[in-house]
Design a protein around this ligand. Sequence first.
Ligand code: COD
Ligand code: ATP
Length: 201
Amino acid sequence: MSLVIGLTGGIASGKSTVSNMLKEMSITVIDADVEARLAVMEGEPAYKQIIAEFGDGILLENGEIDRQKLGAIIFHQADKRQRLNEITHPEVRRRMLEQVETAKRNNEEVVVLDIPLLFESKLTTMVEKTLLVYVDSDIQLQRLVERNNLTITDAQARISSQMPLSEKIKLADAVINNNGTLAETKQQLLTVLDKWCLKQK
Ligand SMILES: CC(C)(COP(=O)(O)OP(=O)(O)OC[C@H]1O[C@@H](n2cnc3c(N)ncnc32)[C@H](O)[C@@H]1O)[C@@H](O)C(=O)NCCC(=O)NCCS
Ligand SMILES: Nc1ncnc2c1ncn2[C@@H]1O[C@H](COP(=O)(O)OP(=O)(O)OP(=O)(O)O)[C@@H](O)[C@H]1O
């Protein structure tokens, strides 16, 4: 029996940081952002649908989707964001489920799905437990600005395109507070895994 955990949070709250800790423990992590990237490669059905919706002005010279341009549109326009989600999310879901099945066949004890929009896109049916990586909003903004080299306005647009962390915290089965050091975050992760995985056995 595998336990399927949905790892979520807000943009720049620390999901990848926690994912990397899980990978170091040899736990399989399936990353929705990676699957979403693969789903929109040239030749994939979503690629054509995106061009039909957003025009070929969003392509780079080499034919790939210009992620910066597409991001600039969808993080500022809710209706466009919804269209992109409608195009990409079914394919992301399908790809992730395929990998969950493989992990289950391999009798892996724990499988983690890293899904930023787990609650917004109602993907919780894919997982048995939900784990939220939380940070205070001022720290989130500061980390996002620094990591992505964004203006405060652009960073705020990205943050407000997602459900606030203060709402997500009410929906999660467990919360890791990532305001502090990486060591403190890892300790909280180990406590949660201990609790959930020991119960599994
Ligand atoms: C908008 C795009 C082109 C921006 O690409 P970019 O390389 O700049 O960012 P990346 O894909 O690494 O995403 C960074 C973060 O942005 C946030 N984000 C991405 N898409 C969305 C969205 N549709 N709504 C809200 N937040 C989003 C997530 O927190 C994600 O971790 C890209 O994110 C995309 O194609 N998004 C649609 C697919 C999607 O919803 N992915 C999220 C996982 S399901
Ligand atoms: N505890 C911490 N202390 C200091 N910096 C941190 C901590 N956790 C994460 N960071 C930094 O904050 C930034 C955001 O973290 P990370 O990339 O893990 O977030 P994410 O939730 O995966 O983001 P995204 O939704 O954009 O994929 C990174 O630059 C990371 O190095």
